[in-house]
Design a protein around this ligand. Sequence first.
Ligand code: HEM
Length: 560
Amino acid sequence: MDIAITLGENYFSFLLVFLLTSFFLFSIAKTTFRSKQNIPPGPWRWPIIGNMHQVGKDPHVVTAVLAQRHGPLISLHLGTQLLVVAASPEAALEILKTKDRFTSSRFVPNAFQSYLLPFTLIWSTDCDENWKSLRTLCRTEMFSSKALESQSSLRAKKLAQMLDFLCEKKGEVVSIEGVVFTTMFNTLSNIFFGKDFLDLDDKNGSDGGLREQLFKTLATGVTPNVSDFFPMLARLDLQGLRTKNLKHVKGIFNSWERIIDERRSMVAVAEGEQCFVDCLLENGFSNDQISMLGLELFTAGTDTTTSTVEWAMAELVKNKNVMSKLREELKNEINTRTVVESEVSNLPYLNACIKETLRLHPPAPFLLPHRAYQTCEVMDYTLPRGSQILVNIWAIGRDPKLWEDPLLFKPERFLGSNLDFGGQNFEFIPFGAGRRMCPGLQSGVKSVQTILASLILRFDWLLPNDDDPVNLDMSEKLSPRLKSGPALSPHSCGPDLIMESAKCIPPNGPSVMDYSPYLENGTVHLLGVGGGQLSTPLPTCTKRGCRRLMGQHRLHEESR
Ligand code: HEM
């Protein structure tokens, strides 16, 4: 018996040593083989872990600095995974246009791999037939000019609900990010499922935990994962991220199952009441395929637009001159009380402000991760098959060789310029370019234009306690919804903006022009609390029935 135990113990020790040694030798062999290839230059790396320790919390900043030292195309070794980062318009052009046949595959985080169905759009590893037909269907039914036109009344309705909500909240603390996110989510959920999913005033968790499950799903994909760094260990799912992801995704799919079945059982849907699910059902999609696509579109379309509005608001509050120029343009050009899409689409200063926001604060600083489909040459370097490829548009947007005063918020630089985000000017590609370019560009821009214009036109903005806007914390951080720290997260978001004491234009009032004194004297307070603190409750006033933040109480008393 003792002999058997000893033999058993020895066997496991031997197996462990054998596995670790093979793993070590494999890692060394892989990196040595690579150093013989003509891969892009990069910083010195440790055996096994490579450059993992150097990437840090702000990889877009770290790789921008490394690009200054090593050139516009750099290599980093994250475990055995090779990562290539491009940080110049020339490198971006080659990757996204000239060589895009080889570089348009996706690098899919391991946590997302377990539930990948054949029909995915964003996380489709290759640009195969399934991806092509899904993209064509989405383009025709969701993103074409005709489809966008038919969705405009829905977008207007959701915007009106958001503004009414803000007006009702006069004197209370409201999170701008939360309100814009909910508005965007409900807009998309109506287009897709024909119904609202979230409540603007979600105090009682009326969404059935959907919001939380969505964020947890995303968080598993942006948490640094051993399985991504050492794909040979992926099957073990050592951190359990793939398992967790699957659990959350299944929870979401289950909650949507009933809605899809209801739509399936409808005999005929009246004209004008059709939603995208009806179209997918007509095309023979299964419940899981429909839910998967919904999940992809909701995540791609909400965080990006919300982050853009949030950053734009923060920059406008900080830059008073820009704010007053924008307000002037809106007051002069918008003739109705409600902001209409057709009126704002061509406003030069509003659009320059949006472009300038996307230049300085792109919601996806690295686009989404690409992957080399096969070994290829980019800028005379070799990108081995399977390399992960990122394009650092954050670095390109702040490059002093390309932009005058790159760190200043100067919308004027876009006035009278042809520079656009349509994927042709590689110094400015917040929506990407080439075959993987964002299909939701028009839809996203329309929402950002109307939401931002309405927030500026209908409310006046001040910092609490008349604090100087220079004190607004503009440091970047991961969305407060994604609490765990990312290694290479595509998400960046701005300061948390909390609005207080919204003064609004009363319903059925005269045209907006008549409210100018109101807009000038009205007070809507922004509070920049920075650093993701919104995820923990902020101290609130102890008076019964008062839900203000402690620091806001003085204003509360004054406004009585
Ligand atoms: C300000 C708003 C938005 C920005 C800045 C933005 C940006 C991006 C970027 C950078 C990519 C990756 C491009 C690449 O990997 O090369 C992308 C992909 C994508 N976006 Fe957007 N996006 C926005 C809004 C939207 C909206 C509203 C939707 C849909 C409702 C959407 C749906 C998608 C989809 C489905 C993809 C994946 C395309 C593919 O892989 O084939 N986006 N977006």
